[in-house]
Design a protein around this ligand. Structure first.
Ligand code: ADP
Length: 496
């Protein structure tokens, strides 16, 4: 396996060789407790480097640094903020390969995907938000009282906290850093303990770009300590969280202490629906990637595939053949399509669901086994497909966050709408049909924050993204997100 692995850049080797610290107020500091933790390479199970295990004391320091930096950053001319954020995006671009390698090593995902997709999406997001400071406007109002000028100002909320998951560390970070800083806020980012490395590098690049110390701070550490301290902090004005529904609920409760603004992008169990009037070959290919991209560790994974009975066997056969042909292995191997799962814990969780699927009577069509041989040290699972799945089975109802697809059969449009919507989640949905009216009926009927028609898993920095129900509230991406990073102030001026 080692022959075909891409060489690790000297800059990445140097980065990994040092002890990682926290970036607080522009300073490179160990955790106040002195505690550290190892971040592992999920392709090998081996440690990559050690990171500072920040906790409440470090979050306090970081929030104080962010507060101290706030007034000057908020007061900067919008065009100056734009220039600095663009310079940051330029540096991300200049360090693309390094960031992508770090992500592949820390998360396991194929380098080709990290380099050609994820880092470009992250840069695109930074550029989109870099352009916004000069476009944040208020309005004037035609009040029905004589002699007044009434207008609104959009002011930054203050200090923001961002808590990110491990599945798309770069993108999840930039979609919070971008709007927070563009609006004139300062930020403390707590990346996932499984993938802290690119967040540290981003904060270093932000400093190098000239973004003042304290504007963007990073505290690495665990959720229950560093994360919980950030969400409960009295001097944090907004928290943006992406992660599990259970943690999202805990964050909403803890944020109530000072009524900070909260946006939550949580779990999903997204339906992908194939009607028999669709381009079935294209739909099958889309369904494959809808579930297996990022090894299924994707909040919008199309994990419930509803196929109309008339084309069910055809779709299932195509999918099974494609899934068996996917190449699973180290993300450093350029020919690999799927990397490992993030951790032993995650592998066991997902294998637990595979066991449940079989025990509850679903038919295992392909996969279900951990990979051995050269890959035995990592957390690799075969792409797995279950057929004859019923709605009430655990594999059809719960978020698995792994490469496990449930295929379900349906007869009619009304039936599939009812079944697709019978979930506590509401993040994403996909519909494949060539019937124009049906496409729009489905888009309106499905309970989801995003509906993809004859496609799946597309994002753009300009398009809002977020969920309904237990998939969370608030939206990320798009210009409207600035509503969540600014306070709207009404000003009444007596002019007569
Ligand atoms: P996953 O199950 O996918 O690991 P989590 O929701 O547990 O997702 O983690 C997402 C992020 O939330 C990580 O950065 C993690 O450290 C953080 N986190 C976990 N528990 C808490 C908590 N109680 N309070 C704040 N953040 C938390």
């Amino acid at each position: 396996m080692t022959d075909s692995l891409i060489p690790i850049l000297p800059s990445v080797q140097t980065f990994l060789a040092r002890a990682q610290k926290l970036l607080i107020g522009g300073e490179w500091l160990p955790a106040a407790s002195g505690e550290t933790f190892a971040t592992l390479n999920p392709a090998t199970g081996q440690p990559l480097t050690r990171c500072a295990a920040g906790d409440k004391a470090d979050v306090d320091r970081a929030v104080a640094a962010a507060r101290a930096a706030f007034s000057a950053w908020a007061a900067l001319m919008p065009a100056q903020r734009e220039r600095l954020l663009h310079r940051f995006a330029d540096l991300m671009e200049a360090h693309k390969e390094e960031l992508a390698q770090l992500e592949t090593l820390d998360n396991g995902k194929p380098f080709n995907v990290a380099f050609n997709v994820e880092i470009n999406v992250a840069i695109g997001q930074m550029r989109f938000y870099a352009g916004l400071p000069t476009k944040i406007t208020g309005e004037t109002y035609p009040v029905s009282s004589p002699g007044f000028l009434v207008y609104t100002r959009r002011e930054p909320v203050g200090v923001c906290g961002a808590i990110t998951p491990w599945n798309y560390s770069l993108v999840m970070a930039t979609q919070k850093i971008g709007p927070a800083l563009a609006a004139g806020n300062t930020l403390v980012l707590k990346p996932a303990e499984q993938t802290p490395l690119t967040a540290i590098r981003l904060a270093e690049l932000a400093l190098e770009a000239g973004i003042p110390p304290g504007v963007f701070n990073v505290v690495t550490g665990f959720g229950e300590t560093a994360g919980a301290a950030l969400t409960a902090h009295y001097d944090v004005d907004k928290v943006a969280f992406t992660g599990s529904t259970e943690v999202g609920k805990a964050i909403a409760r803890s944020a109530a202490g000072n009524l900070k603004h909260v946006s939550l992008e949580l779990g999903g169990k997204s339906p992908l629906i194939i009607f028999d009037d669709a381009d079935v070959a294209a739909a099958s290919e889309a369904a494959l990637w809808a579930i297996f991209a990022n090894s299924g560790q994707n909040c919008v994974a199309g994990s419930r595939l509803f196929v109309q009975a008339t084309v069910y066997d055809q779709v299932l056969a195509a999918l099974a053949e494609k899934a068996r042909a996917l190449k699973v292995g180290s993300g450093l191997d350029r020919s690999v399509q799927l990397g490992p799962l993030i951790s032993q814990v995650q592998l066991e969780r997902v294998m637990g669901y595979v066991g449940q699927g079989a025990a509850q009577g679903a038919a295992l069509v392909t996969g279900g086994e951990r990979l051995g041989g050269d890959l035995a040290g990592g957390y690799f699972l075969q792409p797995t497909i279950f057929a004859d799945v019923r709605d009430e089975m655990k594999i059809a109802a719960e978020e698995i966050f792994g490469p496990v697809l449930s295929v379900l059969s349906f007869e009619s449009e009304d039936e599939v709408i009812r079944r697709a919507n019978a979930t506590r989640f509401g993040l994403a949905a996909g519909v494949w049909t060539n019937h124009l009216g049906r496409a729009h009926r489905m888009a309106a009927a499905l309970k989801a924050g995003v509906v993809w028609i004859n496609t799946y898993d597309w994002f753009d920095p300009s398009v809002p993204f977020g969920g309904m129900g237990e998939s969370g509230y608030g939206r990320e991406l798009g210009a409207d997100v600035m509503d969540m990073y600014t306070e709207l102030k009404s000003v009444w001026v007596k002019i007569e």
